[in-house]
Ligand binder design. Structure first.
Ligand SMILES: Nc1ncnc2c1ncn2[C@@H]1O[C@H](COP(=O)(O)OP(=O)(O)O)[C@@H](O)[C@H]1O
Ligand SMILES: [Mg+2]
Length: 519
């Protein structure tokens, strides 16, 4: 029984006929940019339609037009074949189309129950009605298969749960189409899996989704149909079954993923000084007897399964994790790194995996984020002149190609890719010796990836040693001059940058038989 046919959460209605919304020849310009040019798209209930594209391709603009939050300059919108005009998200909702924003719209201080039914005519009532609301809430929650306490305050819920409250709100208002803009952007992997399962479940019950994302694997896993936008234009709409990551990337950026990596340098680093040399590093059961060198100008990739100890080794070198045994040398001098700040002083910097909680202060400006490491290294008591700071921040932002209006805007306003450029760029103000990049392209869109790859190459060319940790074998193979492989806390192989995928995989699984195995 499709929820799409339900009324105010009463789920005992007849099945709905297929409903549809169609955008025809939509164009939309902003002061600085043409966000959409002549884009047409049709979406039906009972389907998940993914919308993918690079940052700035126009995805959110199209989503907001369909959700009534933005009027197109040109073009028409048809709902069930009839032309409509949306001036406000309310107008779209009247036609059954709800927009679930990335900035959640729920009222944090109210309960889940109040949020779900807020503004529906049924809330203007006494407790008898409240009881019936509870009843309806239970039915709704039962039907959606989603476990949620009606009395808990929304402010105590995580982002994923708040999104679900938003979805329930939409269902109660008879929405048959939900536009979701980057729904998993702020979620952990586990929360994302749960949200996607929920979206699928609702799809099976007749709801339609326009699912906007830059995560291609996610789009392919969740949707039946995938539309690609590029530079404000429609590139293709095709069944997800006929696409794969490579075909989507090619449509989005005009070249396949394999062509994303800058040409490899054919260089030998054996004569170059070792910027980092570690020997016998051991941390309890986490990793044991890890030894390797990184030369000036060299990019060393570290491969291995999740949990093989790669990140922990990096953290220990960076002074963020302890060492029971082993020595660390920088340019041949033994050092004992006591803290990340101490590491930064010695010229070791780490771009962490999870930049939202470790790499950047989301509430601060681009300038403040870029200058923070230098301030920490100089000491906060010796401030840099504000005018100097702005000049420096601007020049670093330019060198790493951060796309933004000004260094004064909040870093939270930037796209994921640009945030990552800031996370890397902030370390370049003080010229480091060694850059440790732990999953630097995780959650970053394909266009920004290329910039990050080029940036790492540029830094290596300038003489930095780079330790690149990545779960993506393709990335390690595409970038590294030399590849170290860890397995269960031990360094099991050291392979040349042109090693075969199979050899790396075998080593990562502890099956390496080749001549260069270390163990
Ligand atoms: N409110 C706005 N004011 C000015 N420019 C905007 C606005 N919204 C979007 N744009 C511009 O329109 C283009 C498309 O943006 P958007 O639809 O947000 O892309 P996407 O969601 O694919 O990243 C970008 O160049 C963006 O800078
Ligand atoms: Mg967007």
């Amino acid at each position: 029984m499709p929820i799409a046919a339900s009324n105010n959460g009463d789920l005992t209605r007849t099945p709905a006929a297929t409903r549809s919304v169609e955008v025809q020849h939509a164009s939309k310009g902003f002061a600085g940019a043409q966000a959409l040019i002549d884009v047409s798209l049709k979406i039906a209930s009972g389907h998940i339609h993914a919308l993918v594209g690079e940052n700035g391709a126009g995805k959110s603009t199209l989503g907001r037009i369909i959700g009534g939050a933005l009027a197109p300059d040109e073009g028409t919108i048809l709902v069930d074949g009839k032309e409509v005009s949306f001036r406000h998200p309310r107008d779209a909702l009247t036609r059954g189309i709800a927009l679930v924003h990335q900035e959640i719209m729920v009222v944090p201080s109210l309960s889940v129950l109040d949020n779900v039914f807020l503004g529906t005519e049924t809330t203007t009532a006494g407790w008898v009605q409240l009881r019936s609301l509870r009843q309806r809430f239970r039915t709704l929650v039962g039907e959606t298969g989603f476990d949620l306490d009606p009395d808990v305050k929304v402010s105590t819920l995580g982002v994923g749960e708040q999104q679900k409250v938003e979805i329930l709100r939409a269902i109660v208002r008879n929405a048959w189409l939900i536009v979701m803009d980057e729904p998993t952007a702020a979620l952990t992997d586990e929360e994302s899996v749960r949200l996607i399962a929920f979206v699928r479940h609702l799809r099976d019950r007749g709801l339609g989704f326009l699912y906007i994302t830059h995560k291609l694997e996610e789009a392919l896993a969740v949707a039946e149909t995938v539309t690609v936008l590029k530079n404000a234009c429609h590139v293709s709409t095709a069944p997800a079954a006929e696409e794969d990551v490579d075909s989507l990337v090619t449509k989005m950026v005009g070249r396949p993923l394999s062509a994303m990596f800058p040409a490899k340098r054919q260089r030998s680093f054996s004569g170059a000084p070792a910027v980092l040399s570690v020997s016998g590093l051991t941390q309890g059961r986490v990793f044991q007897d890890v030894s390797f060198e990184i030369h000036a100008g060299e990019i060393v990739g570290m491969a291995g399964l999740v949990g093989s100890g790669r990140s922990e080794v990096a953290q220990a070198i960076f002074g963020a994790g302890s060492l029971d045994e082993g020595t660390v040398q920088l340019l041949g001098e033994p050092v004992r790194i006591r803290s990340p700040r101490h590491a930064a002083k010695h010229g070791i910097v780490l771009v962490p995996e999870s930049r939202k909680d470790q790499g950047l202060i989301m509430s601060a400006s681009v300038r403040a984020n870029l200058m923070l490491p230098s301030m920490a290294i100089r000491g906060f008591c010796r401030p840099i002149r504000p005018s100097r700071e702005t000049v420096t921040a601007n020049s670093v932002a330019k060198s790493v190609d951060v796309r933004m209006e000004s260094v004064e805007i909040g870093v939270s306003m930037l796209s994921g890719g640009n945030q990552q450029k800031v996370a890397i760029g902030k370390w370049l103000v003080h010229r480091p010796l060694l850059l440790i990049a732990d999953q630097p392209t995780r959650g970053v869109d394909v266009g920004a990836r290329l910039t990050i790859y080029e940036l790492l190459h540029r830094l290596a060319d300038e003489g930095l040693g780079v330790l690149l940790i990545s779960n993506e074998l393709e990335e390690v193979m595409g970038m590294a001059d030399r590849i170290l492989v860890m397995h269960r806390g031990r360094m099991v192989a050291e392979l040349p940058g042109h090693a075969e995928e199979n050899d790396i995989l075998n080593a990562a699984f502890g099956r390496y038989q080749g001549g260069n195995a270390l163990s």
